[in-house]
Design a protein around this ligand. Structure first.
Ligand code: FES
Length: 83
């Protein structure tokens, strides 16, 4: 099980994580990943100036804007779960 943790602090949220959350949910549905990926929110991680921040397991990804998010998800989530 992988865990995606989306920073819901006000800085990351307004920089793009409000939209990113929706994109992540759609991605999980589209690829039927709900049994292997869980999504959580977290409070500010103290890295606001590099936001929006998203963590996948222990890896922190910064400056995750919606344009690059699908590529990131494909790279991080699909390699071990080929469809
Ligand atoms: S709001 Fe996300 S690191 Fe501060």
């Amino acid at each position: 099980m992988k865990t995606i943790t989306v920073c819901m602090g006000s800085s990351c949220f307004s920089r793009g994580n409000s939209k990113n959350t929706q994109i992540i949910q759609n991605f999980i549905e589209e690829y039927n990943l709900s049994d292997s990926v869980q999504v959580r929110g977290c409070l500010c991680e103290g890295e606001c100036k590099h936001g929006p921040n998203i963590r996948i397991d222990d890896k922190l990804f910064s400056n995750v804007y919606s344009e690059g998010l699908i590529d990131l998800l494909q790279h991080e989530l699909l390699q071990e779960n080929p469809q």
